[in-house]
Every structure is written in C-alpha cells, then in structure tokens.
Design a protein around this ligand. Structure first.
Ligand SMILES: NC(=O)c1ccc[n+]([C@@H]2O[C@H](COP(=O)([O-])OP(=O)(O)OC[C@H]3O[C@@H](n4cnc5c(N)ncnc54)[C@H](O)[C@@H]3O)[C@@H](O)[C@H]2O)c1
Length: 305
C-alpha cells in the first residue's frame, strides 16, 4: 500500500515523522509531495497511491481521474470544501476529515482576535475588557465548544446558536442556547463565527443579520470567508462606525477594507487558526490513523461523502 502526503502548505517536520511512523508500523509506504507549484505534479503523484492525506489542497474530478488506485482521501483538518465530494463518490473514493484535532488552536486565535479588537489593535489607546460582555457563538461544533470553554475564563456571558446541535448539549456546558441566528446577533455585542461553508450558510452573514447587533459590535470570523456577504459588510461598517470585523480568512475585498476601516478591520495575512505545532501534529496523525483503520479494518467513522 502506498500513501501520499500531498501538502502545498507542508506539515511541520515532526508531524511528517509521526505520520510516517503510523504508516511504517502498518507496513505501508509513505510518499511526500510538498510545496508543489503545478497541478501536474499532484496529478503525477496520485497515479499509483491508495490513500492521500491533504490539507487545503484541491482534490477535484481531474485529480480523482488520475488516481486510478485511490480508495481514500483524508483532509487533515475540519473543513473539506476543497474536495469535490460528488466526484469522489462517483469514483468510489471515501473522503474523511479529522474533526476536532485543531479546534483548540482555532478557538485560542478567536479569543486572541477578540482581545486585539477591544484593545484597539494594540495602538496604545485605552480599550475595554471582555469580562461580563455577551459573546454569541454561531455554531456550537468542535471549535465553538472550545471558544465557550476559553471565554468562560474571561468571565464572558456566553450564548450559542446551532442549527443542529441540541439545546441540552449547549446548556450542559453552562452556555445559553438561542433558537435562531437573529436572536444571537440581537443579544450579543461579540459574535464568533463557527459555521461551515454550505449552500445554506454562504453569504448568510449579511447586512440584515449584522445590523441587529448591539453598539460597539465585534464580529470574529475564524470559519470561512464564503459565509460573509462582503459587499453588505462594507455597507454596514460604513453606516455603523463602531462596528469591528476581525478575520482569519482574508476576504476578496481586503484592500478595500484596509483602506476604508484601518482601525476596525483586521485580517491575518494567511489563514493561521490551525497553524500551531500541536494542531499540525494532531490532525496529521489522526489522518494517518484513520487511513490505516479504513484500509485494514474498513472503519468509515469519519466519512463525509
Ligand atoms: N481558521 C482556521 O484555520 C480553521 C481551522 C479549522 C476549522 N475552521 C473552520 O471553522 C468552522 C468550524 O469548524 P468545526 O471544527 O467547529 O466544525 P464542526 O463540524 O465541528 O461544527 C460545525 C457546526 O456548525 C453547525 N452548523 C452547520 N450548519 C449550520 C447552520 N446553517 N447554522 C448554524 N449552525 C450550523 C453544525 O451543527 C456543527 O455543530 C468551519 O467553517 C471550519 O471550516 C477554520
């Protein structure tokens, strides 16, 4: 069995070592394609492998066509919108993610961005505090739960809305469950986004929703840029001069945002929520273990297609 690690943005060397070890122990061969610049390199590398570990790398119909022996693709991370699921299913390829492995890293960044916002982007001026402020967690999944856990330490009053997670699960964590996104945005000065990018959520964070937020609202996005209606966010920030937007996913209109809202808009230069040594290791090793478990035992627990 031959396993490909195809990472445009490579894992840390220690993570690669640990992943190799998992495959060595299972008697499987590991091949590495890192920092590739042309799609043709990926098409060539996938030819004879049974499994692929990817990060933000694109797996589309063309890659799947080229990968004649492929049985499984595992996205080391949570979001898997970089994999064409329908094409994978048509090619009888199982797609998995590794939910939860980088959640703490992303959650810590979300709180870091909140602190950065209330301390006025560390510009030396007097800011405000998170203690006692209302935080709305939009989607109570793996990252959302970690944000709740950490925000408790800051003494925030925590609310959450999730379209699928039962209210009891949320309330059991000492978080107030709300029954709609509208209610969350109406209630909370701080909202942290943790929804996936789906047909339903794309462009859903729009003027109508954001205009419900109280004064001095802060929106934190460590989820996906597609969920934001960028044009409407610009309109809203023009109208509401106290509104701040901080994101880990640079929007298409980044230059416009920087020019218009230098003190109220911030984007990390590159998505870095999951970029910690710990998350790197966790997600990569989890992906490797899932591949072995699937190829050896047929375990499809984390299948998403
Ligand atoms: N910034 C980064 O580096 C980084 C890293 C990891 C994950 N992410 C992103 O963070 C987000 C959350 O990741 P996660 O690991 O918590 O995912 P998750 O699958 O554990 O949780 C997602 C939650 O969203 C809920 N949900 C789905 N559709 C919804 C809707 N329409 N309205 C309300 N809730 C809805 C689900 O019920 C689930 O609880 C994803 O968008 C993911 O891509 C970003």
């Amino acid at each position: 069995m031959k396993i490909l690690i195809a990472t445009d943005k490579p894992f840390a060397p220690d993570a690669v070592k640990a992943i190799r070890q998992v495959f060595d122990n299972a008697g499987m061969e590991t091949v590495l394609l890192e920092k590739y610049t042309e799609k043709s390199q990926l098409l060539d590398a996938v030819k004879d492998v049974q499994a692929i570990i990817i990060r933000s790398d694109i797996i589309d119909a063309e890659v799947l066509d080229a990968a004649k022996a492929l049985k499984i693709v595992v996205r080391a991370g949570a979001g898997y919108d970089n994999v064409d699921l329908d094409a994978a299913t048509a090619h009888k390829v199982v797609v998995m993610n590794t939910p939860g492995q980088n959640s703490n890293a992303v959650a810590e960044l979300a709180l870091g961005l909140m602190v950065y916002a209330v301390r006025n982007f560390f510009d030396g001026s007097s800011g405000s505090e998170l203690l006692g402020k209302k935080l709305g967690i939009h989607a109570y999944g793996n990252v959302g739960r970690n944000v709740a856990r950490i925000a408790k330490g800051f003494g925030m009053e925590i609310y959450a809305y999730d379209a699928f997670c039962p209210a009891e699960v949320i309330e059991n964590d000492g978080v107030k469950a709300l029954s709609s996104a509208e209610a969350l945005y109406e209630t909370c000065q701080f909202v942290s986004l943790h929804i996936p990018a789906t047909d339903e959520t794309k462009n859903s964070i729009n003027h109508a929703l954001l205009s419900k937020m109280p004064k001095k609202a802060v929106l934190i996005n460590t989820a996906r840029k597609e969920v934001i209606n960028e044009a409407e966010l610009v309109n809203l920030m023009e109208e509401r001069t106290g509104f701040k937007y901080l994101t880990d996913i640079m929007p298409k209109n980044h230059e416009e945002m920087v020019a218009k809202f230098p003190n109220r808009y911030f984007s990390t230069p590159k998505k870095m929520g999951a970029q910690t040594a710990e998350a790197n290791n966790n997600a990569g090793i989890a992906a490797a273990k899932q591949i072995v478990d699937f190829l050896v035992n047929g375990n499809t627990k984390f299948q998403v297609n």
